[in-house]
Design a protein around this ligand. Structure first.
Ligand code: HEM
Length: 408
């Protein structure tokens, strides 16, 4: 076969480019719908992928919000995304339109690593950044051998660890004995459900449940506690007041119990303020609208991915007295009683709100009071004062810091 002459080659190239532009425009037709939220101009193929800093999405969205308002749109390659900011708009999206905004978008990287397409409700806990976003936005790239493993090593490692734990459980499980833990109880249900293809008790769901407990349930609480200790060494006056309350209500003779919380308004306010200030899940997990939704006068077409910017609520300048400072007074009235705050949304809101919230709240209160009952925490002598700026990964954690724990 001979080579194409120059003119024919040029025409072919133009035809290919026109075809790609047409495909691109087809994918973007959503944005032309009447009353679609405004947003930065997307470039063909990549959309706005290069205009958002995914290592610090909260800051990128802060700047975009000041240009386009509380509800703005983005195009991540060919996926349309609407970002919702501020207490009023987030509340309207998650609570007023609760059922219509409760779907989850498919997350190709996660499914590629072994979770079934119907195991919705989980996002990839991989470090945030451009590459995972590109892989999710252009999933065909996941077909390149080894690419996902290279760029999503943490998820792969976690799944490997879970598979080992499950294998070990399978080998040592004795159905005649009472279950040792949740995995044993689940294995017993799988055994009972054998031959029933409709049952949700199967190996894939067991893997999913266990991964939830590790990824959603452990790292979140541990990260919040590391923020709590950091804030206590940075604010020794607050630490002393918490310890004073512990001494008055609990003393040193017994461990804290949940029943104590009602009599410890200051400690309760401190735990809430730690969560507000730490803002560990600033972009929460993505949602997807299941039908056309009208939000703040804009129309969001069915199937659009929704990012509810929790950071913009937890640090909303119209709602909090000192949004960017650690200030337990946000949750206390003038007489020192604990007060709830509608802008307190670290667990999100609506039907997709964190399933583990009650457990997380208990863990935080009990671990925090136990630690402060037993120890004084301080910055080690000669060490610089650690920063209270977070390091953005999937969650926002404090930068590594050292502390000195001295038994009281
Ligand atoms: C300080 C601790 C925690 C924080 C800040 C937190 C925060 C969140 C957030 C923001 C979401 C997404 C909600 C949404 O999509 O709108 C979520 C979902 C979820 N969380 Fe938590 N979480 C914490 C602890 C836990 C614990 C202890 C567990 C379980 C043991 C847990 C299990 C889950 C599950 C299963 C989901 C997915 C719910 C769904 O898709 O419907 N979380 N969490």
């Amino acid at each position: 076969m001979g080579l194409l002459p120059g003119d024919a080659l040029f025409s072919l190239a133009v035809a290919v480019v026109l075809f790609l532009l047409l495909v691109d425009l087809m994918h973007r037709r959503q944005c032309w719908a009447a009353r679609y939220p405004p947003g930065p101009l997307p470039v063909p193929g990549l959309g706005n992928l290069l205009q958002v800093d995914f290592h610090n999405a909260a800051y990128s969205f802060y700047k975009l919000r000041s240009r386009f308002g509380d509800v703005f749109s983005l195009q991540l390659a060919w996926s349309p995304v609407v970002v919702v900011n501020g207490l009023e708009a987030v509340h309207e999206a998650l609570v007023k339109h609760n059922e219509d905004t409760a779907d989850r978008p498919p997350i190709p990287t996660y499914e590629h690593l072994g979770f079934r397409a119907n195991s919705k409700g989980k996002a990839c806990r991989e470090k945030s950044g451009l590459v995972p976003q590109v892989l999710n936005a252009i999933p065909i790239l996941l077909r390149i051998p080894g690419l996902a493993q290279k760029f999503l090593p943490l998820t792969k490692d976690l799944l490997h660890l879970l598979d080992n734990l499950l294998r070990e459980h399978n080998m040592t499980w004795d159905p005649t004995q009472p279950p040792r833990d949740l995995t044993d109880a689940f294995l017993a249900e799988i055994e009972k459900a054998k031959g029933n293809p409709e049952s949700s008790f199967n190996d894939a769901n067991l893997r999913m449940v266990i991964s939830d407990l590790f990824a959603a349930g452990m790292v979140t609480t541990a990260t919040t506690l590391s923020w709590a200790l950091l804030l206590m060494i940075l604010h020794p006056d607050v630490q002393r007041r918490v310890q004073q309350e512990i001494d008055e209500v609990i003393g040193q003779g017994r461990r804290p119990e949940m029943a104590d919380q009602a009599r410890m308004p200051f400690t309760n306010a401190v735990v809430h303020e730690v969560q507000r200030f730490a803002d560990i899940a600033p972009m929460t997990l993505p949602h997807m609208v299941s039908c056309d939704v009208e939000l703040k006068g804009y129309l969001i077409p069915k199937g659009t991915m929704l990012i509810t910017n929790l950071s913009s609520v937890l640090k909303d300048e119209t709602v909090w007295e000192k949004p960017f400072h650690f200030h337990p007074g946000h949750f206390l009235d003038s007489e020192g009683h604990f007060v709830k705050h509608e802008g307190f949304m670290p667990f999100s809101a609506g039907p997709r709100m964190c399933l583990g919230e009650p457990l997380a709240r208990m863990e935080l209160f009990l671990f925090f009071t136990c630690l402060l009952q037993r120890f004084n925490f301080s910055v080690p002598q000669g060490q610089p004062r650690p920063s209270d700026c977070g390091m953005v990964s999937f969650l926002v954690a404090p930068a590594p810091y050292q502390l000195c724990a001295v038994p009281r």
